[in-house]
Write a protein that binds this ligand. Structure first.
Ligand code: SIN
Ligand code: CO
Length: 386
């Protein structure tokens, strides 16, 4: 495939996108990604939708705003029985199943790696789509093949605006504020909550690069989950035997609860930093990488001789951070690997791209190269690119 680089324009530079549009308002970039970067045919997508471990949906719009939803895995026959128009097939997490698709994520290197959730790919027959709706995450909608019309509304919607008794989250009414048709290579960015409505103009394929967001509540729940439990209700120790009214909560009770909560906050900065790295790279369920058993020394040597390329496992999101004065951590899959700061150049190199060639190293043998690459191979976070 062609190299995946997002083409900002003279009028919408990368910086202007981040300052004015990211998380704020929609923007359309024409010819943002060369169409030859989208290497997946409708047949290949249908094939994925027939696999057991792949999440897929078939959505059909019937007369009278009636929507039908079926979940995969599908059989080839399911596709041959479909009508000529008004249906779409959507496959989730295609980047996790097809490494060539994951390579497109390099084009989004202006967003932290841990924020990239998945690439969902849809194939639609003429007029097919999922109806007007909102999503609660940022999304880059890339037109891969054919044409799709997108309508956007500036109105804010809530649960009460959804079509009742519908298996999908479809808005009952939609007032169009902007209307555009995307050609192959065009990209529409939408922040969370902006209502949109895509319909295929003839057959088309759309790639949706969706962001992952953690709510404050999810972050706190993640922190509490890792707190060691004392296994004892400490509050019982605080009962005041001489209370005049057993229903009264005393100031001491309140102080005790406040103290328990304050003590749950991170005190040790190293522990906290390591936890953040682990938490933000936690894999989705079913995307845990198994340890690699093959001969890693041989793989390392071949790579160091320029005879093979290593690629990041498509399920691994990398995050690198300093956890103390003299230690760095490379996190992925909810785990942290710790190294001395002297390994910084090696770690930066390992994080910079999804495909690593030895020739990309500024210095051919920076400190820690063998150790880090062997660790990443052993954990399966890097693998030979075939
Ligand atoms: C699609 O590809 O049809 C759906 C994308 C979206 O609206 O989020
Ligand atoms: Co959407």
């Amino acid at each position: 495939m062609g190299s995946a680089v997002l083409q900002f324009t003279d009028s919408i530079s990368r910086q202007r996108f981040l300052d004015e549009f990211w998380q704020k308002r929609p923007v359309l970039l024409r010819q943002a990604i060369p169409p030859d970067c989208f290497e997946l045919t409708p047949d290949e997508l249908a094939g994925l939708a027939c696999e057991e471990d792949v999440e897929s949906r078939l959505i059909c719009e019937r007369q009278g705003n009636r929507w039908e939803l079926r979940h995969g895995p599908f059989e080839a026959d399911d596709f041959s029985r479909l009508p000529a128009s008004h249906w779409t097939l959507l496959v989730q997490d295609v980047d996790k199943h097809v490494p060539q698709v994951a390579a497109l994520l390099d084009a989004f290197d202006f967003v932290p790696d841990w924020r990239l959730d998945d690439i969902m790919i849809s194939y639609a027959s003429d007029q097919g789509g999922v109806g007007p709706h909102t999503d609660n995450y940022d999304v880059f909608l890339l037109q891969a093949w054919g044409e799709r019309r997108w309508r956007i509304s500036e109105q804010r919607f809530c649960e009460a605006d959804l079509l009742p008794d519908c298996p999908l989250r479809v808005l009952r009414e939609f007032h169009t504020d902007s209307d555009m048709t995307l050609q192959p290579g065009d990209m529409l960015y939408l922040p969370p909550g902006v209502a949109h409505w895509g319909t295929a103009e003839g057959e088309c394929m759309t790639w949706s690069v969706g962001m992952r967001g953690l709510s404050d509540a999810e972050l706190l729940a993640g922190w509490l989950e890792r707190l060691p439990s004392t296994g004892r209700a400490q509050l019982h120790d605080q009962v005041d035997a001489g209370t005049a009214n057993p229903s009264l909560l005393s100031g001491r009770d309140l102080d005790h609860v406040r103290a328990v909560m304050a003590n749950a906050l991170p005190a040790d900065d190293v522990h906290f930093r390591r936890w953040v790295g682990c938490q933000l790279t936690e894999p989705k369920p079913d995307f845990e990488i198994a340890l690699e058993q093959s001969d890693m020394q041989r793989t390392f040597d071949m790579w160091a001789q320029g005879r093979l390329t290593l690629r990041r496992h498509p399920w691994a999101r990398f995050a690198m951070l300093r956890i103390s004065e003299d230690r760095l951590a490379l996190c992925a899959q909810g785990q942290a690997l710790e190294y001395p700061v002297a390994f910084q150049a090696t770690l930066e190199y390992a994080c910079q791209s999804r495909r690593l060639r030895h020739a990309m190293l500024a210095e051919s043998n920076p400190p820690g190269l063998r150790e880090v690459i062997l660790d990443l191979l052993r954990l399966g976070w890097l693998q030979p690119d075939d």
